[in-house]
Design a protein around this ligand. Structure first.
Ligand code: ASP
Ligand code: MG
Length: 407
């Protein structure tokens, strides 16, 4: 018998009507003979509401107490869904993370799952019950409630699917799959039938917010086939899986972009060993994450050094860089927070030359200036001015024929 883990996000359980619709869908799946474990998020907006309550009392809230509070959101939905299933004659039982138990480390508000005891779930499944588990939460070895970080229900679902050796983990959400790019930017964006874990990781980390990144890492590590699909319209969704040799790989799977970056440059730095660490050391000490890094070839003993950080950290990073500039005797520290990063992603790049040239050509034809470039095995990213974002995405979508499904 097939075992599926279903996960329903906040909008899918946003009100009683929707919870009942989810129950109907589960009843149907069970009638097909599937064994089911269902993970749910809190009702949409609930986690934010709880966060605001906490901040109204203590700011920042104590992280242990915050977890006690935030975990209540999911506890509401598991109970309601279980009741809706029972009301439909479907035997069902709900569990909080602590009841399963899903054991995590002690990193409150961003805990990692260490172990899942599947005993109770398996006993219920054997009795023909649908098991409903609260997403986003776990428990430490000494019984303290933890949460897994925003969007953490995806990770709960994948971790349960791995622990139970489920046949597939289905993530039901408000979009009907993973698209070649954001359809709000390019209306001709196409739903992908499948994408590899690696590609999905790149798409997710580059700003396509369909799944929590950690859930994709987890799925890749334990080889759990993941499917993203809509809880509102029927359809096959997108299967996220390992790379299959027999499947014809599209050259490019998608275009991701990130509007949340800013660029910093230090000009005329003396070109000596240790310069990169003198510049980035203080940035790292301030806990600011650096994404792209470019250093020019030195000329007359000096060089330029550019990197990007999250836009929220722009001011802080620029202040640090100005200090570093004085200390190093560099010419100038400058920054730009009106940039975006646009990336082509595809495992097919590994075996094909000329992708980068084609990308740069498409951008050049639109008169878009490229400020930075970085590449990895399956990705090429460029930094451009933010006003060209839509144009860049659309012209790349067109140049690589992403609106047409690969033959
Ligand atoms: N309810 C949590 C959040 O809003 C977890 C989740 O939805 O995955 O982040
Ligand atoms: Mg979510």
């Amino acid at each position: 018998m097939t075992l599926y883990v279903h996960k329903y996000g906040g909008t899918s359980v946003g009100n009683l009507e929707r919870i009942k619709q989810v129950a109907d869908r589960i009843v149907q799946a069970r009638q097909r003979g599937d064994r089911l474990v269902v993970v749910v998020s809190a009702m949409s907006g609930e986690t934010n509401r709880l966060l605001a309550l906490a901040r109204g009392v203590q700011d920042p809230p104590d992280s242990r107490e915050l977890d006690v509070l935030l975990a209540t959101g999911e506890q509401v939905t598991i109970a309601l869904l279980s009741m809706a299933l029972q009301q439909r004659g479907c035997p069902a039982c709900s569990y909080t993370g602590g009841q399963v138990p899903i054991v995590t480390d002690r990193a409150h508000t961003k805990a990692r799952i260490l172990d899942i005891d599947t005993g109770r779930i398996e006993a219920d499944l054997a009795q023909g019950k649908v098991v409903v588990v609260a997403g986003f939460q776990g428990v430490t070895g000494d019984g303290d409630i933890t949460t897994l970080g925003r969007g953490g229900s995806d990770t709960t679902a994948v971790a349960l699917a791995a622990a139970l050796k489920a046949d597939e983990c289905l993530i039901y959400t408000d979009v009907d799959g993973v698209y070649t790019t954001d359809p709000r930017v390019e209306p001709r964006a196409r739903r992908l039938d499948r994408i590899t874990f690696e590609e999905m990781l790149e798409m997710a980390s580059l700003g396509s917010k369909v799944l929590q990144i950690r859930s994709v890492e987890f799925a890749g590590k334990y080889n759990v086939p993941l499917r993203v699909l809509s809880s509102f319209v029927e359809g096959p969704g997108t299967l996220i899986t390992y790379e299959e040799e027999s499947v014809e790989k599209p050259l490019i799977s998608g275009i991701a972009f990130n509007r949340d970056e800013a660029k910093l440059t230090i000009l005329g730095v003396p070109d000596r060993p240790g310069i990169a660490s003198k510049i980035l050391g203080p940035i790292a000490e301030a806990n600011i994450e650096v994404d792209m890094i470019v250093q020019n070839v030195g000329e007359d003993g000096s060089t330029d050094f550019t990197f990007t950080v999250h836009r929220n950290e722009y001011r802080r990073a620029l202040d640090i860089l100005r200090r570093v500039c004085d200390q190093l005797g560099a010419r100038e520290a400058a920054g730009d927070d009106t940039i975006v990063k646009v990336s082509l992603v595809g495992v097919g790049m590994r075996s094909h030359a000329g992708i980068a040239a084609k990308m740069f050509d498409a951008l050049a034809r639109e008169g878009i200036n490229i400020q930075m470039i970085s590449t990895s095995e399956i990705k090429i990213s460029v930094v451009i001015n933010e006003k060209y974002l839509e144009l860049a995405v659309r012209s790349l979508h067109e140049a690589f024929h992403l609106d047409q499904s690969p033959a």
